[in-house]
Ligand binder design. Structure first.
Ligand code: FES
Length: 501
């Protein structure tokens, strides 16, 4: 007789396992590299897992060790449970660093509290601010609850198109409502919440606001309702006072969303005299170029290589990911997030690995790997020829987008005065490696890792008249790269790597 099995999904790595029903969760996770420092005695809390889907009834030991908030959020101790049904778990030991923001900015003081939210496809960052002082009172970060229906934006849209749009809307509205409730309860339960401003990419904008994502799935990928949306809390099923104003900032055009609009304001790109660029490297690499006179933007079909997807041993920048690769005396030396055993390669590690392969002449300028099989990195993790190809596609698309926008200003890439790298990947990527592979060709001293510009922009929006944001969105011209006659030729050129450093 066949033994019953259960499906176990582990986030944020997205690993899926089929295990025998009744297996000890500790045994299964140990096989996956999870550590149990107190030997599974329920003392150290290091084996915490967060229940995303399924059922794990909290037991008496857990109610003593974990706080009420942790338990309500679904945290459990893996060493205290067996697997009796399908489960989806987030592992605390595989935590992803989620970028928040603590930049100073100027503002006009206002009454009450405000919440700024950067709603990402993978992660969410929210900050509670005292709008009188501008001080950040509390920060909350989380993995996007929609991720159970697809890690990346493409699978998320596919799920929506196959009848899941309402479910995705429900998940994100409920999750954000809970996060904001926790922020208020932890920092300022007595004060009134005046305003909530959300930013995110175009798909997140549509899914949160309840707008059909179908136009985003087909050519020309133009949103039908790109504008700013305003809600009362009750429209979202949130239990805040009706005086709270909730706004999702407008999209710009194509797949360039409110997060990029926020990034423009955060970097001041729209106010400067010289040519500046904002680059957000994700599944759709978004590029904005301009100054106070003219602003252009585009999104490039860069593919998900920079997020570690479609790479044979690719993974997100979580515990166990090789995030840096260096050459020391021509030996490959890797840094692993969390200092444990390497489990895979994230985007910044991929860029470094290819740069190292080029310097060692293990990879040629056309992308061919001269080593037989694969380029070994650390432990079981290696770089395969098809991984190099994926990176070529991604970097070719980004570099072509940059070149085409710069040309519209009569400029070359060397003329860019300031190039801001937005988001987590931009924060961790080595600028030297990015230059070595030909992704960026602006002098290194003009490349600025700008952090979570989306969250900073959302915070600034809390203090400003939202109509100004609508005006700025209208000023930005969207360039559809696939309609540019020279795009294919430039893309093919940019897929090559530079011959030398
Ligand atoms: S391993 Fe220490 S509490 Fe589970």
């Amino acid at each position: 007789m066949n033994q019953p099995t259960c499906d176990l999904t582990l986030s944020p790595a997205g690993r899926r396992l089929r295990v025998a029903a009744g297996s000890a969760l500790q045994d299964v996770l140990f096989e996956q590299g999870v550590e149990f420092p107190c030997g599974g005695r329920g003392r150290c809390k290091s084996c915490r897992v967060k229940l995303l889907k399924g059922r794990l009834q909290a037991n008496a030991e857990e109610t003593k060790l974990l706080t009420a908030v942790e338990l309500a959020d679904g945290w459990r101790l893996a060493c205290r449970h067996c697997i009796d049904g399908d489960l989806e778990l987030e592992l605390a030991q595989w935590e992803m660093p989620i970028l928040s923001d603590h930049s100073a900015f100027t503002f006009t003081p206002q009454a009450g509290l405000g919440v700024a939210v950067d709603l990402g496809t993978t992660t969410i960052a929210a900050q509670l601010l005292d709008m009188g002082t501008g001080n950040v009172l509390a920060v909350a970060t989380a993995l996007n609850a929609q991720a159970r229906h697809g890690d990346d934006i493409i699978t998320r849209v596919e799920f929506a198109l196959h009848g899941g749009q309402t479910e995705l809307e429900r998940l994100i509205r409920e999750q954000l409502g809970r996060m904001i409730e926790h922020l208020l309860a932890a920092a300022a339960p007595e004060q009134s919440l005046a305003r909530i401003v959300l930013v995110g990419n175009t798909v997140m904008h549509h899914l949160f606001c309840g707008i059909d994502v179908t136009p985003l799935a087909t050519h020309p990928f133009e949103p039908e309702h790109p504008g700013r949306f305003r809600f009362s809390p009750s429209q979202l099923g949130w239990n805040f006072g009706e005086e709270t104003m909730v706004e999702f900032l407008p999209c710009i055009g194509g797949l360039v969303g409110p997060d990029i609009l926020a990034g423009i304001v955060a970097t001041g790109l729209h106010e400067g005299a010289g040519l500046a660029v904002l680059l957000d490297l994700g599944t759709n690499g978004e590029v904005v170029a301009g100054n106070r006179d003219k602003l252009l933007c585009t999104s490039t079909a860069a593919g998900p290589a920079f997020e570690g997807a479609r790479i044979s041993m690719g993974m997100r920048a979580a515990t166990g990911a090789i995030s840096e690769v260096q050459l020391i005396d021509r030996a490959v030396v890797c840094r692993v997030i969390g200092s444990g055993a390497p489990r895979g390669l994230c985007g910044s590690g991929l860029v470094d690995a290819v740069a190292a392969g080029l310097d060692l002449r293990w990879i040629e300028a056309n992308g061919r790997m001269t080593l037989a099989g694969a380029m070994p990195l650390s432990g079981p993790v290696a770089l395969l020829p098809q991984d190099v190809r994926e990176l070529q596609l991604a970097k070719g698309a980004i570099a072509a987008g940059l070149r085409i926008l710069a040309a519209r200003f009569g400029a070359t890439l060397a003329d860019i005065q300031q190039l801001y790298l937005a988001g987590a990947f931009g924060n961790y990527i080595s600028r030297t490696s990015a230059q070595r592979i030909g992704l960026l060709r602006t002098p290194v001293d003009r490349i600025v890792p700008a952090g979570n510009t989306a969250l900073l922009g959302a915070k600034r929006a809390l203090f400003e008249d939202a109509a100004a944001w609508d005006g700025l969105a209208c000023r930005i011209e969207h360039v559809a790269l696939h309609e540019e006659p020279e795009f294919q030729d430039i893309f093919a050129e940019e897929m090559r790597f530079p011959e030398t450093a």
